[in-house]
Design a protein around this ligand. Structure first.
Ligand code: ADP
Ligand code: MG
Length: 392
């Protein structure tokens, strides 16, 4: 079901109105400063559009997991970055219960940011009374926080039931289009590339994707658990021994769709990268661990990716944080870009995967900013924050 979007509201209806906008500003902080402003930039198009149409913009967001008011998790710390990204001064509302006057004082195009919603227990309790407090800060509701949509909280769920119209912002709309429609009715061939550290968090994703994809290419540490299931030795590789049976089941279910790495880059340890070498997957030495996919696998995966018309990628192919073990991950990123040039829709989801393609966003169809939410959505789970929005 398509959700009503900001685009569906007549621009004249926005003029002078207070837009209550839930954004995902859950950014990483380092020494009280924003270490990565990707999420703030991702919300900018919605904020800019509203300001251009003369709306007064009131932003709601959470930061981290505070047990109550915690200065280290105050959104005050991100104010300067928000102002820089949207190019305007921003008013700070320290308490939503006393914020109405500030929202009414905003000029057309003015912006205010409310303190971390999780400072109040009503937020995570999805408390209707706290939602009423929030709803009083706006005349209509825009949800652009796809990354928080898998949680039924007052600022994502209850408020959307109280304050109408309740519509999707541009980022939310894009996430729904590319993770939803594009992957549910994919242009074929549809190839999924999965990697990362663990199978355990991704079993449901693999199971949900299997009936829909033409091929599923597996790399990363996840591949080593599949190797174990086949009966290969994995040396000191990161594996989940208790998931061997699950892996066996997935292999049986997937049949020819499941493509495992032909070989691996192994080394005695991450620190001893100089001693790295390539081995076939059935020859992993006992005194080594797998840290990346090998060159033969990169070429194999590349060939399969570039002939696809839809590609979804989650999870790095190796320990990409530590060069030279980023080569497999970079090769897959380049293959996605090449597939895109040939007309494919290319979608990347997952926190580490998004970090791995930082700077390449323009060359990909969509890089999801919502880590956990993107995977749950792919699994077909209804996201409370999306369900609560009006249908188009
Ligand atoms: P995402 O956040 O994109 O969903 P994950 O969190 O599942 O991805 O996995 C990312 C992590 O997987 C990275 O920290 C990376 O170092 C690790 N990883 C990938 N391949 C290996 C490997 N062969 N051995 C150990 N860790 C690996
Ligand atoms: Mg991760």
């Amino acid at each position: 079901m398509r959700k009503r979007s900001l685009r569906d509201l007549p621009p004249t209806a926005l003029d002078g109105q207070r837009a209550l906008v839930r954004v995902d500003f859950n950014v990483p902080l380092k020494d009280g400063r924003v270490a990565d402003d990707t999420r703030i930039r991702a919300a900018a198009p919605t904020i800019k559009y509203l300001r251009d149409k003369g709306a007064r913009v009131v932003l709601l967001a959470h930061l981290g997991r505070p047990a109550g008011p915690e200065p280290e998790l105050s959104l005050q710390q991100i104010m300067r970055d928000v102002e820089r990204v949207i190019g305007s001064v921003v008013e700070f509302i320290p308490d939503p219960a006393t914020g109405v006057a500030t929202t009414r004082r905003l000029t057309r195009g003015g912006v205010a940011l409310v303190e971390n919603t999780r400072f109040w227990p009503g937020e995570e309790a999805n408390d209707p009374r706290f939602a009423e407090t929030l709803a009083a800060l706006g005349d209509f509701y825009v949800d652009d926080a796809f990354g928080s949509a898998h949680r039924a909280h007052a600022s994502t769920e209850a408020v959307a039931r109280l304050l109408k119209p309740a519509v999707a912002g541009f980022l939310m709309e894009k996430e729904l289009r590319y993770l939803g429609d594009a992957l549910h009715n994919p242009r074929r061939p549809f190839v999924a590339v999965l990697g990362g550290a663990k199978i355990s968090g991704k079993i449901d994703v693999i199971q949900a994707l299997l009936p829909r994809v033409d091929e599923i290419l597996v790399g990363g540490a996840m591949a080593s658990t599949f190797f174990l299931a086949i009966g290969f030795q994995v040396g000191g590789s990161l594996v989940e021994r208790d998931k061997e049976e699950v892996a066996k089941g997935l292999i049986a279910q997937a049949g020819a769709k499941l493509i495992l790495p032909r070989g691996a880059v192994v080394a005695p340890s991450l620190e001893r990268a100089a001693e790295r070498r390539e081995v076939t997957s059935d020859q992993i030495p006992a005194d080594c661990a797998v840290f990346d996919i090998d060159q033969a696998t990169r070429l194999d995966f590349r060939a399969r990716i570039v002939r696809a018309k839809t590609v979804f990628w989650n999870g790095p192919m190796g320990v990409f944080e530590t060069s030279p073990f980023d080569a497999g991950t970079r090769a897959v990123a380049e293959a996605l870009i090449e597939a895109g040039k040939r007309g494919a829709i290319t979608v990347v989801g997952g926190g580490d995967s998004a970090a791995a393609v930082a700077g390449l966003e323009d060359k990909l169809t969509h890089v999801s900013t919502g880590g956990g939410a993107s995977l749950e959505f792919l699994e077909g789970k209804p996201l409370p924050g999306v369900v609560a929005l009006e249908d188009a």
